[in-house]
Design a protein around this ligand. Structure first.
Ligand code: TNX
Length: 575
């Protein structure tokens, strides 16, 4: 691994092997010291890098004349350089020059995409001293991840959307970093509550800042259909007229809008995974297409707050299986044509009324449509009840309670289905509902969301490990072995995106703007899950995390993110 010139003397080490507690930013007593980097305390970064060394000496001060130099001739890397300049512009007012350069010299931010292949697609090294800041990666994506770290080495005001007068000094460090898991997702339920494109872009920015690399869009459910499908205009014409608590609108993404989201995500090295849910959670489709119902009559559009098992598409006879198959092929072909990423999510959750044959008819129809488009199937872990194509991914959303049943004569259904998935060769994305469901209320004061998994304060979101989600309580005998875990995903459902969510709403005035709901439930749930996905298990430490998390708050404030200042986190005092 190569490091550039560095003037500072190494002062402390916070690396994987050395993280026994005191060397890291750990300990609540160190809370305020951690916010101001000192010689002995590396700057607080979320997710914790693999290795982070603080250095003595002045940092690198960005001024109006600082150049961003991109080594070599990689257009994508140049794009990353430009996005760094764009990121720095609003708060600093600087229009930093970005250029390709073979041999960068002098005071500059140097982005080098020609680092060793051993860094992997997303790994990077970052070194900063008085003379320069240098990020080295093997390609543009690693540079982009490194820039997310660079942001956190600058004063929090850098996240402001308006001009701030500050000294833009990058804390002096040497960092080596790479992700623990290749799949790190954030899900957004745009079906129960519709999020306009700008709100989805905001969510993408927030996920990218914490080095997530996947946006899973839950595009269809009982309460709404959100993606235009030319061949079946009723899906949006009827299915797009409802949300939970609202009727009479036209709430969906046109093809162009969806492509805008995909492009926005791509520019942030985020892959979009579209979900078409079924065979349950399908009322919007059943209101739009008569032939999906056993009596061939469309149901009225649904705008209620019903939960699991409302109804499912008809799969009882060959004609209706053919109807379902045609619907799924048409929709999946249309969505695949707009989606460059390798995955299509076909749902599969909460269909208690389905017989095994009906359920498998859905899995076959949906998965063969996905395979025909050359894509990989993702489904909720229930999908393992059907026959899966090789190489599928299952999203496990069981909870800690399931673990007590592992290996017993009466294993929880979630565990049985996980076993069936493992036996079929699937890999897993871990979204345990009592940890990674961001719609769970933090505590009794939380105005929005659900609590069917109990409250999920940020420590609960943080204190778990993907390798033991399907293990016995003592951590032994995991049903899903470590080598079958592709990664993690934080899920923001929108069933109850309104004030006073412990009962049903009586007025639409209880609903805040979607981004207000999302900000509050996402921060700080999402950074906790992001760290589980990115950082080595050996760095996992609640005391360290809570201090580093607290140091994020001024950034969120500067960015206008309405987060929940959960009690017990050592948030900096407001000045
Ligand atoms: C369960 S988890 C659901 C969603 C709800 C969520 C609310 C899963 C795959 N299904 O339909 O929105 O709970 O917390």
């Amino acid at each position: 691994m190569r490091f550039p010139r560095h003037r500072g003397r190494l002062a402390s080490l916070a690396c994987t092997a050395a993280l026994t507690g005191s060397l890291v930013v750990g300990g609540t007593s160190a809370a305020h010291a951690a916010v101001q980097p000192t010689a002995s305390t590396p700057p607080p970064i979320v997710p914790q890098p693999v290795s982070e060394l603080a250095a003595h000496g002045p940092g690198f001060t960005i001024s109006a004349t600082t150049r961003i130099e991109v080594t070599g001739d990689d257009a994508d890397a140049l794009g990353v350089g430009r996005s760094l300049a764009a990121l720095l512009h609003p708060a600093t007012g600087f229009d930093l020059r970005v250029s390709l350069s073979r041999a960068p010299e002098g005071r500059a931010i140097v982005l080098d995409p020609e680092g060793p292949a051993s860094l992997g697609t997303e790994g990077y090294t970052l070194s900063s001293g008085a003379r320069d800041v240098r990020i080295t990666a093997h390609g543009a994506e690693g540079l982009f991840r490194g820039i997310q770290t660079l942001r956190q080495l600058l004063p929090g005001d850098v996240e402001s959307t308006t001009l701030r007068h500050d000294t833009w000094t990058v804390a002096p460090v040497r960092i080596t970093d790479r992700p623990r898991y290749a799949y790190r997702g954030a899900m957004l339920d745009v079906a129960r509550r519709f999020f306009p494109v700008a709100d989805v872009e905001r969510y993408i920015d927030q996920a990218a800042a914490y080095k997530m690399n996947t946006l899973h869009l839950h595009l269809t459910d009982d309460q709404g259909w959100r993606i235009a499908v030319d061949a079946i205009p009723e899906l949006t014409g009827v299915g797009g007229t409802t949300q939970s608590g609202f009727t009479g609108g036209s709430w969906y993404y046109t093809k162009e809008q969806y492509q805008q989201i995909v492009a926005y995500a791509k520019a942030r090295f985020i892959t979009v995974v579209p979900e078409i849910d079924g065979p349950g959670h399908t009322s919007a489709a059943m209101a739009s297409i008569p032939g999906l119902n056993c009596d061939d009559k469309a149901i009225p559009p649904y705008s209620g707050f019903g939960g699991p098992g409302l109804r499912m598409i008809c799969l009882t006879d060959p004609q209706h299986i053919a109807n379902a198959s045609q619907y799924l092929t048409t929709v999946i072909d249309a969505v695949a044509a707009l989606t460059p990423g390798p995955y299509i999510h076909i749902g599969g959750d909460e269909t208690p009324q389905a017989t095994a044959a009906e359920y498998n008819a859905y899995v076959q129809a949906a998965s063969s449509a996905v395979r025909a488009q050359g894509r990989t199937v993702i489904g909720w872990h229930q999908l393992a009840q059907g026959t899966l194509p090789a190489g599928s991914l299952l999203q496990y959303w069981g909870d800690s309670g399931d673990r007590a049943t592992v290996g017993s004569a009466h294993e929880a259904a979630d565990i049985v289905e996980a076993r069936e998935g493992v036996a079929q060769g699937a890999s897993f994305i871990m979204s345990p509902a009592d940890r990674a469901y961001m719609d769970m209320r933090y505590d009794a004061s939380t105005p929005y969301g659900l609590s069917w998994e109990g409250f999920v304060p940020v420590q609960k979101s943080y204190d778990w490990d993907p390798t033991t989600v399907t293990a016995k309580p003592d951590g032994s005998s995991p049903v899903v072995a470590a080598d079958r875990i592709a990664g993690v995903e934080a899920a923001l459902w929108s069933d109850r995106a309104y004030n006073g969510s412990t009962s049903l709403p009586t007025s639409t005035s209880q609903f805040p703007e979607p981004s207000v709901y999302a900000d509050f439930m996402t921060f700080p749930h999402l950074p906790a899950i992001a760290e589980i996905g990115w950082s080595p298990q050996s760095t996992h430490d609640w005391n360290s995390f809570s201090v580093r998390l607290a140091a994020q708050a001024p950034r969120w404030t500067a960015a206008g993110i309405g987060y929940y200042a959960e009690p017990g986190i050592p948030w900096p005092k407001l000045s």
